[in-house]
Design a protein. Sequence first.
Length: 135
Amino acid sequence: MQKVIVSGVIASAVLLAFAFLCLMLMPVLLPQVAEEYYNPAFVNDPARNALYYVQPVILAFSLAWFWNRFKGILNGNWLAKGLEMGLIYLLIATLPGMIITYSAIDVSLMVVATWLLYGFLQASIAGLIFAKMHV
């Protein structure tokens, strides 16, 4: 259990840094996508915006628990295991959520694609951390 907590804390810190980095790079790398966030469909409430930084912490601990439960079925070296973790999360959680989001909210396919990539990268980063720590 201690490994789950320690790796969850480490993954939380790394995913928080990754979230902040993505927030800073989005307007520079994809200005058209960043401009879509001015759409009234997006809430701009500082109290709710803070949830953007809570999500990586919740995700890190959720994935740490998942990793601890299912690490035995992942094959390969630490890199393959980490990326497989990202793929599992992409297919089970992110893709279905993005399909329903795209069907119900006025966002472009490019925005949804960036969210899919972001979710995959988050889970892969966490998976890589867990694979290295839970040898």
